[in-house]
Design a protein around this ligand. Structure first.
Ligand code: PGA
Length: 241
């Protein structure tokens, strides 16, 4: 595991953009695993900038997102499909048909999970998976539990996650209770993993994830077992180490 410290959020975002840009240049048809939340917004802005100013070409790139809320339509402003279209896809030359997320409106959740896993397999797996970390140690929406779940699954969000995400909704009651998430096995099968972490509020959980016991109680701790993880974290996020 490589741990890269940056002075602040912007520097973290710039470093991450260099790694993603290099991936896309070296393998234009890369399968990028993407994430939502506040953390990658600066990175996505940097990628849009590279598309506009240095012709970074996404025309062959494929993407699969980590997760999606159950019950939100793609047009719902808090759906992750909407977030991705708004913050990245509509601003670069990626083909919409090459961008994938779980379908929050799927009628049959079991079939939807199987479809998503089959889709990732059919793309040849993930070349580079981008991750953030939740305050409870989740990656994707893999919440703390008794066991690591391998495949895409429909999960119930933790109270801490609902608390953290309510800032995007009118109230905590409006945050969907369930979400589809790529499983830990799929994330761990990615050839490279890039974990971004910013801010003092993540410092304690980041320390546990990187140096604590490997346990499903801290889902991100499983990353200690992956052979190619790069962590880019600002000083504040690393302040507990
Ligand atoms: P954040 O979310 O980037 O909004 O802090 C990270 C996560 O929950 O994985």
């Amino acid at each position: 595991m490589k741990i890269h410290t940056t002075k602040n959020y912007d520097a973290m975002s710039r470093e991450a953009a260099k790694i993603i840009a290099a991936q896309v240049v070296l393998k234009p048809d890369s399968v990028l695993g993407l994430a939502t939340g506040s953390t990658p917004l600066g990175l996505y802005a940097q990628l849009i900038d590279k598309f506009k100013n240095v012709n970074l070409d996404f025309s062959e790139t494929r993407t699969v997102n980590l997760d999606e809320y159950q019950g939100l339509a793609p047009t719902h402003p808090q759906s992750y499909r909407f977030y991705m279209d708004e913050n990245l896809f509509s601003k670069i030359n990626i083909r919409p048909e090459n961008t994938h997320l779980p379908d929050g409106l799927a009628a049959d959740p079991v079939a939807e999970c199987a479809r998503y896993d089959a889709l990732i397999r059919s793309l040849g797996g993930i070349d580079l998976q981008l991750l953030g970390i939740g305050h409870d140690g989740h990656i994707g929406f893999n919440e703390p539990g008794d066991a690591f779940v391998n495949n895409t699954n429909l999960t119930t969000l933790d109270e801490r996650t609902i608390e953290a995400n309510k800032r995007f909704f009118a109230s905590a009651a409006d945050v969907p209770r369930r979400a589809y998430t790529m499983g830990i096995g799929t994330i761990m099968a990615a050839r490279k993993i890039l974990l971004l972490v910013s801010g003092e509020k993540k410092a304690d959980i980041l320390k546990k994830a990187l140096f604590g016991d490997i346990t499903p109680r801290v889902p991100a701790s499983v990353l200690q077992l992956h052979p190619d993880v790069t962590v880019i974290a600002d000083k504040a996020a690393l302040s507990a180490l």
